[in-house]
Design a protein. Structure first.
Length: 200
């Protein structure tokens, strides 16, 4: 299945939470109404399996992952000893495309993914064009020379942004200070239900 390129509002209304990278007044008003012609009809109560599947969909949509990518990620952390929920968040948040977004170099994860794919991002001075690249603690993320002078990118960087405690930005480069923890951010999905879904 190809990556979804349709309206993000439709995805958000489908799962009932704001999975967009920004606030939207129009979405807030319609969030409780599923998309489509029958959206206003009363929804059936989801089964336990349905709830697990919906939480998985929320996580995939939030980070822009395909089913195979997300399944492999969850199965990878299930083999480790320790808190599986913490491992999942750590892997999702240390993806290069996500950190480019978190550092304020892009307005959305989709835009961040495009910047990475087109070779506009460097890690420790080396060009990396793989959005799923796993950034290590202490790695420096910076823009390519061509992107450093792009007016649109410079405009985005000038915008005020509150940074999460595990990242730091100085000028046109940023750093992953430490591995992210679940307590560092609020996610719109239930990791416990996701783990249960893939443990069936």
């Amino acid at each position: 299945m190809a990556r979804y390129t349709g309206p993000k509002h439709r995805q958000a209304r489908k799962v009932g939470v704001n999975i967009l990278d920004k606030t939207s007044n129009s979405l807030a008003r319609r969030l409780s109404i599923p998309p489509g012609i029958h959206g206003k009809k009363r929804k059936r109560r989801l089964s336990e399996y349905g709830q697990q599947m919906q939480e998985k969909q929320k996580a995939k949509m939030t980070y822009g992952l395909l089913e195979k990518q997300f399944k492999n990620l969850v199965q990878k952390v299930q083999k480790r000893k320790g808190d599986t929920q913490e491992f999942i968040i750590s892997l999702l948040e240390t993806r290069l495309d996500n950190l480019v977004y978190r550092l304020g170099f892009a307005k959305s994860r989709n835009m961040a993914r495009q910047l990475v794919s087109h070779g506009h991002i460097k890690v420790n001075g080396r060009r990396v064009n793989i959005p799923s690249y796993s950034v290590a603690e202490g790695d420096i993320i910076s823009l390519s020379k061509k992107t450093e002078v792009n007016p649109k990118i410079l405009e985005i960087i000038k915008e005020e942004k509150e940074f999460l405690p595990y990242v730091k930005r100085e000028g046109l480069s940023g750093k992953l200070l430490r591995l992210p923890k679940l307590e560092d951010l609020q996610v719109p999905f239930n990791l416990r239900l996701i783990i249960e879904y893939y443990s069936r």
